[in-house]
Design a protein around this ligand. Structure first.
Ligand SMILES: Nc1ncnc2c1ncn2[C@@H]1O[C@H](COP(=O)(O)OP(=O)(O)O)[C@@H](O)[C@H]1O
Ligand SMILES: [Mg+2]
Length: 235
């Protein structure tokens, strides 16, 4: 059985700027995998290389199939949902409208998915008619995740869900990530600068430095790793 997601020697560039210099990475089904690294290390680009929203070479395989030359939309249909950096909810639309947009690739079962999403995010039902742009930062992050979950993904890509949020909200977001992973078996690839919380939630982790994998392994091992502690955990 191939791993759910495999990146092999992936390079990516923005015009003349090379952002990834050969990244290889594996996420097994039902795992939470963290991608850590400083600003500019290539974390966001790694997620874009998976959802085919950046020019790249090398190999990306999902459930044994190559993702080369597939459109971002067909990648969503295959079961990959991407919550981008900065959330990307439609601020003029209501909470409910945002959720329904998340289900656009699917036909039946939307009612069930709304129910599942409301179990994960109990506040969402009470705010159904609220304009997304008037939600707090944490609520907007959760709505972006909820919208992605409406596509019923096998793989959820999360780009810095903790960015700019208070510690309590960050804990709540990672609690939901774990619940989704345990309850539905959703595989999660989460990019974070908050290495502490990401290593706590993840099974395995990769540390990127200037577009390359500098270190990888089980999260518990990386937490004990001297260089990781000094550079990313701050003790
Ligand atoms: N749209 C872009 N145009 C040109 N360079 C970019 C663009 N987006 C990112 N980069 C560059 O690619 C590198 C990796 O960026 P990124 O993947 O966003 O890093 P991270 O998410 O780890 O902060 C950086 O050097 C960044 O400046
Ligand atoms: Mg980024």
């Amino acid at each position: 059985m191939p791993a759910l997601l495999e990146l092999h020697d992936v390079e990516a560039r923005y015009g003349a700027v090379k952002a990834l210099h050969g990244v290889s990475l594996v996420a097994e089904e039902k795992q939470i995998v963290a991608v850590l690294g400083a600003n500019g290390a290539g974390k966001t680009t790694t997620l874009r290389a998976i959802s085919n929203t950046v020019r790249r070479s090398g190999e990306v395989r999902f459930a044994g199939k190559s993702l080369a030359r597939r459109s971002p939309e067909s990648i969503v249909r295959m079961g990959i949902a991407h919550v981008p950096e900065g959330r990307g909810t439609f601020s003029e639309l209501t909470v409910n409208e945002n959720l329904r947009l998340g289900a656009y690739t699917r036909r039946g079962g939307i009612k069930d998915d709304l129910k599942r999403v409301r179990e994960l995010f109990p506040w969402i039902e009470r705010r159904a008619e609220q304009q997304a742009g008037t939600l707090s930062g944490g609520e907007q992050q959760m709505l972006a995740m909820a919208r992605a979950i409406m596509a019923r993904p096998r793989l959820l890509l999360l780009d810095e869900p903790s960015l700019g949020l208070a510690p309590l909200i960050v804990s709540e977001i990672f609690r939901i990530v774990r619940e989704l992973n345990e309850r539905d078996g959703t595989t999660v690839l989460v990019v974070e600068q908050n290495a502490n919380i990401a290593l706590e939630a993840a099974d395995t982790a990769y540390v990127l430095e200037v577009g390359r994998v500098a270190l990888s392994g089980p999260s518990a091992d990386l937490r004990e790793h001297e260089a990781v502690r000094r550079s990313y955990l701050g003790y």
